[in-house]
Design a binder for this molecule. Structure first.
Ligand SMILES: [Zn+2]
Length: 154
């Protein structure tokens, strides 16, 4: 299952990526008209997540078979719970929260020039984004992410 978040749901997009779901975020500045969002959702087989209650009333989806969920203005964790519950999502290996790329596991020697020495010393596994090439490891930031996902999927 893949998602398309409208411009108001950037936070949710990041967390769906953290939960392992391919999620495109229609940022401000790109074409975020109803028609364009629906077209992209259909072409790429994505579920459209919108914060816009008027979306259905404007009927841009009248004869289309786009799947759509209106996500109300709630705290981020509640929004994530709503999406996870609505589609019965499982927790999968994370994607890059920044760019939606897949993460590959790499050994410390592959990232030694890009990570502080203390971090290299303390960690055996690193993850590199196949999209933006950022390097991640399971540090304190990661623990906060896992803590939140644990509450949502728990
Ligand atoms: Zn990335």
């Amino acid at each position: 299952m893949r998602f398309l978040c409208d411009a108001m749901l950037g936070g949710l997009a990041k967390w769906l990526r953290a939960a392992g779901y391919d999620t495109y975020y229609a940022r401000e500045g790109t074409d975020v008209s109803d028609g364009s969002l629906v077209r992209m959702a259909l072409e790429e087989g994505r579920v459209l997540l919108t914060s816009d209650r008027g979306f259905l009333e404007r009927k841009p989806v009248r004869d289309e078979e786009v799947s759509l969920l209106v996500v109300p203005h709630l705290p981020l964790e509640d929004q994530l719970c709503l999406v996870v519950g609505s589609f019965d999502l499982a927790w999968r290996p994370s994607r890059c929260m920044k760019c939606n790329g897949e993460l590959e596991t790499v050994r410390p020697d592959a990232v030694v020039e890009r990570v502080p020495p203390g971090v290299i010393r303390d960690h055996q596994r690193f993850f590199r984004c196949e999209g933006c090439e950022r390097v991640f490891w399971h540090g304190s930031h990661w623990e906060r992410i896992v803590g939140r996902l644990g509450r949502v999927f728990g």
